[in-house]
Structures are given as C-alpha cells and as structure tokens.
Design a protein around this ligand. Structure first.
Ligand code: IDP
Ligand code: MG
Length: 161
C-alpha cells in the first residue's frame, strides 16, 4: 500500500516538473516539526523566520499519517533512522510552509543550523528549540529542486501566493 502511495507521489512530482509548476529558485520549504508544535514553539519559530527576512508564501497546520511521513521521507528509506523518523513525524501536528527570500535554500539552512542540535551554531533555530537529532524542531529543504518537490507535497499551485 505504502509503495503504491509513494509511486503515485513520484508520478505526480514528475508531472509537475514536466509542466513547470516547480517553484522559483528563491523559495524553500519548511516544516515546524512535532516536538516544536507540541512544546508551543510554533509562534516563536515563525517570528524568527520572518525576522530573518523570509516571507511566507503558503502555510498550513496539519498532521501527517505514517504513510504520508514515509512518502515525504522516502529519499531516506534506506537510512537506519527511517522508522524512528517517520513515526516521530506522524506523532503530532506539523506546520508546513513555503518561504521566499533571495538565496532561500542556503540562507534557511544557515538559520536553522546543523541537523544535530548539539552541533548547531549558537542562535540558530535548532540550537534554541530542538530536543534531539531526530526531534530537531524544523525541516529545511536542501536544494531548489527538493524545495519544489516538498512544497508540492503539501500545496497545490493555487495555494502558493
Ligand atoms: P536535515 O534535516 O538537516 O536535512 P537529514 O540528514 O536530511 O537532515 O535528515 C532528515 C531528518 O532525519 C533530520 O532532520 C532528523 O529529523 C532525522 N535524522 C537525521 N539523522 C538522524 C539520526 O542519526 N538519528 C535519528 N534521526 C535522524
Ligand atoms: Mg535533509
């Protein structure tokens, strides 16, 4: 079943690429993760994102099913933490958003800090709010291409301002 769902997502992403619905290169995609929404950090994290110069082009509060999380993180399916990651990501609500700024992907990765909060630079969102390497407060896309794919996972073209 999950394989079928994943296959369907891949087909839709490929179609979107072909039809050039992909987002502009000055955009990135983020999720505020379950540990952060649960701890009541959502508002503070959104403030940090806006203060850093990003504008919000689309945003939603939602909750992933396990199958959704498995599809979103399919690229990590072979990694040893895939089970832990997908269970965690479907354990509580998340906030998904498309953000715009010059150099969005790289600047957002700088703003959130290293994957492991113990290694994240002081002042970064993960240094401040993350609980652990798995429950690390926020997601940030790692390339323009993945920002477009990940944004399209949550938002239709009509929902992106
Ligand atoms: P990133 O989110 O900084 O891009 P990735 O390597 O793409 O890091 O990993 C995706 C997500 O998987 C991480 O944000 C984190 O939630 C989780 N993760 C990464 N490495 C580990 C690990 O060693 N143990 C548990 N979870 C991990
Ligand atoms: Mg990543």
């Amino acid at each position: 079943m999950n394989r079928l769902v994943n296959k369907e997502f891949r087909r839709i992403f490929a179609l979107q690429k072909q039809t050039k619905i992909a987002m502009a290169t000055n955009r990135t995609f983020t999720m505020i993760k379950p540990d952060a929404t649960d701890a009541g950090h959502t508002g503070k994290i959104i403030d940090r994102i806006i203060d850093a110069g990003f504008s919000i082009k689309a945003m939603k509060w939602t909750k992933l099913s396990l199958a959704d999380a498995q599809a979103f993180y399919e690229v990590h399916a072979e990694r040893p933490f895939y089970g832990e990651l997908t269970e965690y990501m479907s354990s509580a609500p998340i906030v998904a958003a498309i953000l715009e700024k010059d150099n969005a992907v790289a600047d957002f990765r700088t703003l959130i800090g290293a994957t492991n909060p113990a290694e994240a630079a002081p002042g970064t969102i993960r240094a401040e709010f993350a609980e652990s390497i798995a429950a690390n407060a926020v997601h940030g896309s790692d390339s323009d291409e993945n920002a477009a794919i990940e944004g399209a996972f949550y938002f239709s073209a009509r929902e992106m301002s």
